[in-house]
Design a protein around this ligand. Structure first.
Ligand code: ZN
Length: 491
């Protein structure tokens, strides 16, 4: 915990030295998915970004409470206050009860996240499980004079709020900017101003997701859940609030306004936003036919894809860009990531097998280790950290070829980088082997290779070739070199 960590704060728009509210502990809240469809490439980026952040903090000795919600009510189609609830719409289409939709897609989301080797959040609250907390918050906002009731719905009074505070502080807008970019009211609306946002919506007779409240049978507004649940599980002031850049406005702006209007303070010390993934330069959208689900990515079953990409390839590809930069998906980029990852993984296996030679400590390796941590602690600069890890790969290969002698201390440094940092912090693991059975897999392959070596020694080439072919079918490629037989996972 002696190492300083610098984090870019979207609120101050600069990098700040991270100091937790409670020493040694980090409270992290991340806006999770609205579960009405397959987990896709867009879900993978925040999941991996906040996973690496959590892993790094834990690695540095912090205790992390990572809360990521599931939005299962209140997120309307156009992300504002109109249109159908996304989940209710899907339920109608598939003739399911809305909570069946939620359950189906939550399980699929978890499965995809598990394949990407992301740690599950410490708490995963659902919006529909926190209606009471949300109603309490609406009541508080009404009491404080920052909300009004209209025909059974309750809206946040942006004008009243902006007289005392600054609406737009997070996204760098003024109320004037917001006014200019909001559609005029159509005369049907219960709102006083078009830019006011819903805290509670009265349900129309056909709306199936509804709860009783002091104002009407209805449902909470989308922004409300995160203000209510973050305070419940992390306290009225907590360290980091994360999410995708697309949530900065209106979602996080509204959350900040709700927090301030109800409790007098914004409640979040550092706001953190990951950038978006584009596909061949375009925003991913169902309407553009460039929508790729994670399952399709892993199986290759999508016309956009030239091949299947393994979960670790996707993870590595995402870590190759800084989380605040845009990242463009293309087959070429993924194929390059696949090759890069294979090199890292091979070196991670090789370093375990290297024998120490000589004594002393190689100062270049000491400096390399420092550079890796510096990059990670500089606003999670994973691309720079990875470039230093490739430098570690170079050292392993030099040692393998007998061009340098590395002492036991040197090898320990390389192992810390290529095994510990890679697995514990970056979450990159040998493909096809979970952390638990990696050793077992290594052992079994070594055994099979020894068997093959014996066959070759007695000139039984039919057997040695059959072993090679069978391994290949199983996704393990072997290569005979002067030093012995090397193997790599190819799927
Ligand atoms: Zn949220």
């Amino acid at each position: 915990m002696t190492r300083e960590f610098y984090l870019y704060n979207s609120l101050s728009r600069k990098k700040e030295c991270f100091t937790p509210i409670h020493p040694g502990m980090v409270g992290l809240y991340v806006c999770g998915p609205t579960v009405y469809g397959d987990a896709h490439l867009g879900h993978a980026r925040p999941a991996i970004t906040y996973d690496v952040l959590t892993r790094l903090f834990r690695h540095l000795g912090y205790k992390v409470r990572y809360v990521r919600n599931i939005t299962d009510v209140g997120h309307l189609e156009n992300d504002a206050d109109e249109g159908e609830d996304k989940i209710a719409k899907k339920a109608k289409l598939e003739q399911l009860e809305p909570m069946e939709v939620v359950q189906t897609y939550t399980l699929l989301f978890h499965e995809a996240m598990r394949k990407l080797n992301t740690c599950p959040p410490s708490i995963e609250p659902r919006a529909s499980g926190h209606i009471i907390e949300q109603i309490d918050l609406v009541r508080q906002l009404l009491e404080n004079g920052f909300a009004y009731e209209s025909n059974g719905s309750v809206y946040f009074d942006v004008e009243a709020y902006n007289r005392k505070h600054h609406y737009g502080i997070l996204s760098g807008r003024t109320l004037e900017d917001v006014k200019e970019n909001t559609r005029e009211l159509d005369g049907q609306s219960d709102k006083r101003n078009s830019y006011d946002f819903a805290l509670w919506k009265k349900a129309s007779p056909e709306h199936i997701m509804r709860w009783p409240s002091p104002w009407s049978d209805g449902f909470p507004g989308w922004h409300l859940e995160c203000s209510a649940m973050s305070a419940k599980y992390l306290g009225e002031e907590f360290d980091i609030h994360g999410g995708g850049m697309d949530l900065l406005f209106p979602h996080h702006e509204c959350e900040l306004a709700q927090n301030t209007a109800s409790r007098g303070k914004g409640g979040v010390k550092y706001w953190m936003h990951n950038n978006m993934i584009t596909i061949n330069g375009q925003k991913m959208a169902k309407s553009k036919n460039n929508f790729i689900s994670l399952e399709q990515l892993f199986s290759g079953e999508n016309p956009v894809l030239e091949q299947a990409y393994s979960p670790m390839t996707v993870r590595f590809f995402i870590l190759q860009a800084h989380y605040r930069s845009t990242l463009d998906f293309s087959n070429e980029a993924l194929q390059a990531a696949e090759k890069g990852l294979a090199k890292l993984m091979q070196a991670a296996r090789d370093v375990e097998a290297l024998a120490a030679k000589g004594t002393g400590v190689n100062e270049e390796l000491v400096a390399l280790k420092e550079k890796v941590y510096e990059a990670l602690c500089d606003d999670l600069n994973t691309p720079i950290a990875l470039s230093h890890l490739f430098e570690a790969v170079r050292w392993v290969n030099l040692a393998k070829d007998g061009q340098v002698a590395l002492s036991a201390e040197d090898l320990a440094l390389l192992k810390e980088l290529l095994v510990v940092v890679m697995t514990d912090v970056l979450g990159l693991v040998q493909e096809g082997a979970s952390e638990g059975n990696e050793e077992l897999l290594d052992g079994l392959i070594e055994m099979v290779l020894a068997e093959r070596k014996e066959a070759k020694a007695r000139k039984d080439f039919a057997t040695s070739d059959a072993i090679r072919d069978r391994l290949k079918e199983l996704g393990i490629q072997i290569k005979d070199t002067r030093e012995g037989t090397e193997w790599t996972m190819i799927k």
